[in-house]
Design a protein around this ligand. Structure first.
Ligand code: ATP
Ligand code: ZN
Length: 303
């Protein structure tokens, strides 16, 4: 496929019956054929990390409000945040709600925030699991996977509001976190290349918000704390990040009060596969009919 505009690839995905326009920009339904690709990527990622003794955990796509506050997400990415609001009024307020809806006016004003918010990254719920005393000498490892939300509506089919992320997380000492990053840079590259994708690993930064955010992004690049695995999806000139490796230094250790075996503040690192983006990269690379993909790619996804 030559260089593509967002719209063309998006239309092709929808016309092929793989994904469904779910009504607002950045929100998609998925059909069985698409979900089978997702299942294949998740299974391959699990097999790739299977030797490390990670604890596999699953969490819902909503997290406690206090957890979002503790991760500093509101400081760094307020513009991507998704909050949950519920109705807790009486009959009178209910009547007002229905009137507002009927008149096509803003009805959210009668709602109140719930104790939960939408999860922006798969790994956030694992850090509170590490707070009871110093970590073992070789740290702790988690495999965690599931739906994430980021409010970044876009015509780019690879920039969704709801998408799946599959992560391998390390929490322990600085050397262990560096080793986790180094191992996964290689493993991640091998894994994605084994699917026939052209992968480049590049230094990147998170989309930190505002003026202070610019400095945080510059610092993150300078210290190469974030590496992205990029490959063409909608453009060969500006390829898309389908996975990343993030070195958090002592950020989560500090905010959650996690101690490594030595008693020092713990460091952490994670490898995150953007599962939906990887599916789109495969569809871009091998075509919209997965039954016609190269046999070796099919064997990796569905052994
Ligand atoms: P980007 O720079 O493209 O916004 P990011 O740096 O915010 O991505 P990470 O926080 O590293 O992304 O998330 C891990 C992975 O999750 C990314 O490499 C990507 O594959 C996937 N991902 C992130 N945001 C989205 C999105 N809006 N839609 C689909 N996948 C996403
Ligand atoms: Zn993570």
């Amino acid at each position: 496929m030559a260089d593509d505009t967002y719209g063309t690839f998006r239309d092709e995905l929808i016309d092929s019956g793989l994904v469904i326009d779910a009504g607002v920009e950045g929100l998609y339904g998925r059909t069985l054929a698409y979900e089978q690709i997702i299942a294949g990527i998740i299974s391959l990622t699990t097999r790739t990390g299977a030797g490390d003794g990670a604890m596999t955990v699953h969490f819902p796509p909503v997290i406690p409000r206090w957890l979002l506050e503790r991760t500093d997400y509101l400081k760094s990415f307020p513009d991507l945040t998704g909050s949950v609001h519920t109705f807790r009024g009486d009959d009178k307020l209910h009547a007002r709600l229905l009137t507002l809806v009927e008149e096509g006016r803003d009805w959210v004003e009668v709602l109140e925030p719930a104790d939960v918010v939408l999860r922006p990254a798969a790994c956030h719920p694992v850090y509170p699991l590490c707070t009871d005393g110093p970590l073992p000498a070789d740290g702790r490892r988690f495999e965690v996977q599931g739906w994430c939300f980021r409010h970044e509506p876009s015509p780019d089919p690879a920039r969704m509001m709801a998408f799946r992320m599959h992560e391998f997380v390390y929490v322990g000492d600085p050397e262990g976190a560096d080793a986790h990053r180094d191992v996964w840079v290689q493993r991640g590259t091998d894994m994605l290349e084994s699917l026939g994708l052209d992968i480049e690993v590049v230094v990147a930064n998170d989309p930190f918000f505002g003026r202070v955010g610019k400095m945080m992004a510059a610092n993150q690049r300078e210290e190469a704390l974030k590496l992205e695995f990029v490959t063409p999806i909608t453009s060969t000139q500006s390829p898309t990040a389908i996975s990343s490796v993030n070195r958090h230094q002592d950020h989560f250790g500090l905010t959650f009060g996690i101690r490594s075996a030595s008693g020092a503040v713990a460091h952490s690192a994670c490898f995150a596969v953007g599962v939906d983006r990887t599916a789109l990269a495969l569809l871009h690379r091998h075509g919209l009919d997965p039954t016609a993909w190269p046999e070796e790619v099919r064997a990796r996804l569905w052994p």
